[in-house]
Design a protein around this ligand. Structure first.
Ligand code: HPA
Ligand code: ZN
Length: 326
């Protein structure tokens, strides 16, 4: 079989996925209409035209605009279910989904509305297909640590629905150290910890994620490769990197897919995985990310298999679920 067919057939995990980044323009317009809110773009095509980014912030500006049409529990359910149906068709068997509570509470949408809708879709997918999941709330790093603490308070009634905590949004200028105290509080509550680091930010930010946030994995991590001691430390700790090839291309973290460092990461002994990040904005879901690597790099069958295995091993699923999926 071709490598593309093989990659499509492999059972896969998605460990780096922002649910608000799965908002397809067609669905965005449909929900905007039913909620009677206006979008800044007149048509689906006009919106898609705007999806040309030169950096992370270009994307984030549109990402926050897009999510602002989500008002009701049913909106969060429909968004999540559309994503789950899509990746179920791609042989994704386990998902770990980020949501950005502050992207909604700042607009007056209660935490409960968000999490109830997202979780109901995840539970339905589990019932229907045996798909397993973890739910991760992310703090927006362009906001204050006080705002993150406030969000943690709002999350407390739902802690049995929340598996972990992440850190996302504008990286440069908002180093992990800004959030050292709130992540300490999260760890004390038994939450698992991850953080975006080294997407645009320097290796120093990845060190801080390790030493101050005490992450159990790293989202992106590309720029860790600039620091040999850091690479050695990540390898020693066996930390998984949730790498996002099409995202890196669209946000100009790499200039061309042929230059993507994911194979270098594997050769250095790092536990890289393939993920889609914000597939509605970056031009592809899980299988598209594998296909881009296959078509644009010299990736081997063995490496593809390694990436998928790393996804199972690096996931936060329970040992029983791991057995089930292996
Ligand atoms: N990086 C930082 N913040 C984000 C991303 C990302 O790739 N996607 C959604 N929020
Ligand atoms: Zn991300």
């Amino acid at each position: 079989a071709s490598l593309v067919a093989l990659s499509q057939a492999m059972p896969k995990t998605e460990l780096h996925l922002h649910i608000e980044g799965t908002f397809e323009p067609e669905q965005m317009f449909a929900i905007a209409q039913r909620n009677q809110v206006a979008l800044k773009y007149d048509t689906v095509d006009a919106l898609k035209e705007a999806y040309q980014f030169t950096n992370l912030q270009d994307f984030l500006d549109l990402y926050y605009q897009g999510m602002s049409v989500l008002l009701h529990e049913a909106d969060f359910y429909d968004l999540t279910m559309a994503y789950l149906e899509k990746v179920h068709s791609e042989n994704v068997v386990h998902v770990e989904i980020f949501f950005d509570p502050q992207g909604h509470t700042e607009r007056g949408i209660p935490f409960e509305v968000q999490i109830t809708g997202i979780r109901r879709a995840l539970e339905d997918a589990k019932q229907r297909w045996g798909m397993t999941y973890q739910l991760i709330m992310s703090f927006l790093r362009h906001l204050s640590e006080d705002s993150a603490f406030q969000t943690l308070e709002e999350a407390k009634p739902f802690l049995n629905w929340i598996d972990g905590v992440g850190l996302d949004s504008s990286e440069v200028g908002h180093p992990p150290e800004k959030f050292a105290n709130v992540f300490a509080a999260c760890r004390d509550l038994g939450l698992k910890i991850t953080a975006h680091a080294g997407e645009e930010g320097p290796p120093e930010y990845v060190w801080q994620a390790l030493d101050l946030i005490k992450v159990q994995r790293i989202d992106h991590g590309n720029r860790a490769l600039e620091d040999d001691d850091l690479v050695a430390e990540i390898a020693k700790q066996q930390l998984t990197l949730t790498v996002c090839p099409l995202s890196n291309l669209k946000l100009c973290v790499v200039n061309d897919m042929t230059e993507h460092p994911i194979r270098t990461m594997l050769k250095l002994g790092l536990k890289a995985t393939v993920n889609s990040d914000d597939p509605a904005y970056f031009g592809g879901y899980m299988n598209d990310n594998y296909q881009a690597l296959i078509e644009r790099t010299q990736i081997s069958k063995q490496e593809l298999y390694q990436l998928a295995c790393n996804g199972i091993e690096g996931s936060w699923m329970s040992p029983t679920d791991k057995q089930k999926h292996l």
